[in-house]
Design a protein around this ligand. Structure first.
Ligand code: FAD
Length: 401
């Protein structure tokens, strides 16, 4: 019998989906979000097929599909020689109900999940409530919270840290965040210029030793959408230089027309890491999403894997709350999600970055030739798409005991 609520720290998309998944199962749950409303976050914009399936099972599919743009095809390009490989998720339509990447900003999922939570009186979402630390004993967790009315304590049965890359919860667990930070930051900007006119599919990756980039159409301002483009920058550049008109225009002019000035709707800079926490559980405290693992955005896997954590963890936590003898199920969550993050998410995103940025012309040609061959062979293309769509990683997690 659950006496105290589960507390979720962090009302990003992973925290909100975690809270919803628990609320739907009748669990008393409190979500603490440090900001005063849902942050308007322009980071994640790609949802892969298994993630759309999971969100649909939580009742969010229809609203998300209405907001997003379906992108069934995507390209790998060489900066100088154009399209190298084009993939069509339609060839794995026997493996998923959603054979496309769904492009939609992450804050729209947050709003949809928050809206869905309104019908569950057993769920409370507390904005301007920041988790500042916790202590735990055999029976529960005392969560320290900074609120507009001052410091408070909430007694929880379990605490889930979904509080992002700088996670207070992870730091309180006193565990390692193993991995590394890339020396270069990423410039991300958006233009309404329609890249379809130049033969681009809604998602494309362009290989180049200096100016490789990733391109995603987003429904940001409604149809026909806006194009987000991510470029690397030099480690020695300061933020002002990176965000200057001159630099942003030079990047986009580099692969479109040098004679045109492009409208830029927004621009920002991100530091990018490849890190996985040494465990996702210490006693009654668990991690999910960016608090547990972070990766570069090439392949669009960070938030997707966070949603996969949320679904896996909440299934097990519901079972443990009903039958405390099943406490070990939470260790299975850690084994399944941590191992697949390392084997798939970290490995694929690092490989994607290496493919795009390779400096040695012979190695670059070899890698791009391999991609061309994979795309041209239906069996190989299916295998490649099962990995890049994250279907394989979700299946692999289920096999881990
Ligand atoms: C440029 C870029 C592009 C990306 N594109 C993609 C993509 O296409 N697909 C994809 O899957 N992923 C992508 N990602 C990764 C994705 O943005 C993250 O994986 C995702 O935001 C993680 O969600 P989260 O809820 O775990 O963490 P966050 O979104 O960081 O949310 C954490 C929340 O916790 C709150 N918080 C923090 N500390 C506290 C505290 N102590 N107490 C209470 N609240 C707190 C914060 O205010 C925030 O609301 C991209 C990342 C970048 C940088």
């Amino acid at each position: 019998m659950q006496r105290n609520p589960v507390v979720v720290a962090g009302g990003g998309p992973v925290g909100l989906v975690t809270t919803l998944a628990l609320a739907r199962q009748g669990v008393d749950v409190i979500l603490l979000e440090g900001e005063e409303s849902i942050p308007r976050d322009l980071r994640a914009g790609t949802f892969h097929p298994p993630t759309v399936e999971m969100l649909d099972a939580l009742g969010l599919g229809e609203a998300l599909l209405k907001e997003g743009i379906k992108v069934p095809e995507w390209q790998i390009r060489d900066r100088r020689h154009g399209v190298v490989a084009q993939f069509d998720l339609g060839i794995i339509s026997d493996q998923t109900r959603y054979p496309f990447r769904l492009h939609c900003e992450q804050h729209k999922l947050s709003h949809i999940a928050h809206e869905a939570l309104q019908q569950y009186p057993n769920a409370r979402v507390l904005f301007s409530h920041r988790c500042t630390g916790f202590t735990q004993d055999a029976d529960g967790v005392t969560v320290n919270v900074e609120t507009p009315a001052g410091a408070e304590e909430i007694r929880a049965s379990y605490l889930i840290g979904a509080d992002g890359v700088r996670s207070t919860v992870r730091k309180g667990m006193d565990i390692e965040f193993e991995g590394f930070t890339w020396p270069e930051r990423f410039l991300v900007f958006a233009t309404p210029y329609d890249l379809r006119e130049q033969g681009f599919t809604g998602n494309a990756y362009i290989a180049d030793p200096d100016e490789w980039c990733a391109i995603f159409i987003q429904p940001h301002q409604g149809p026909p959408g806006i194009w987000r483009i991510a470029f690397p920058t030099l480690p020695e550049m300061d933020e002002e230089q990176i965000l200057s008109d001159e630099f942003v225009q030079s990047r986009i002019q580099g692969f479109l027309s040098p004679d045109q000035t492009y409208d830029i709707a927004y621009r920002s800079v991100y530091r990018v890491h490849q890190r996985v926490a040494s465990t996702f559980r210490v006693g009654r405290v668990l991690l999910a999403g960016d608090s547990a693992h972070v990766n570069n955005p090439l392949g669009g896997m960070g938030l997707n894997s966070g949603i996969h954590d949320a679904v896996n963890l909440t299934e097990k936590l519901v079972a443990v709350l009903a039958d405390p003898q099943r406490g070990d199920d939470l260790d299975l969550y850690v084994r399944q999600r941590r191992q697949t993050n390392i084997e798939y998410v970290q490995a694929i995103t690092i490989r994607n970055k290496r493919l795009l940025e390779e400096r040695d012309p012979d190695i670059r040609r070899k890698h791009l030739d391999e991609m061309r061959d994979i795309a041209a062979d239906k069996d190989q293309a299916r295998g490649y798409l099962l990995n890049s769509s994250m279907i394989a990683s979700v299946r692999r997690a289920q096999q881990i005991q």
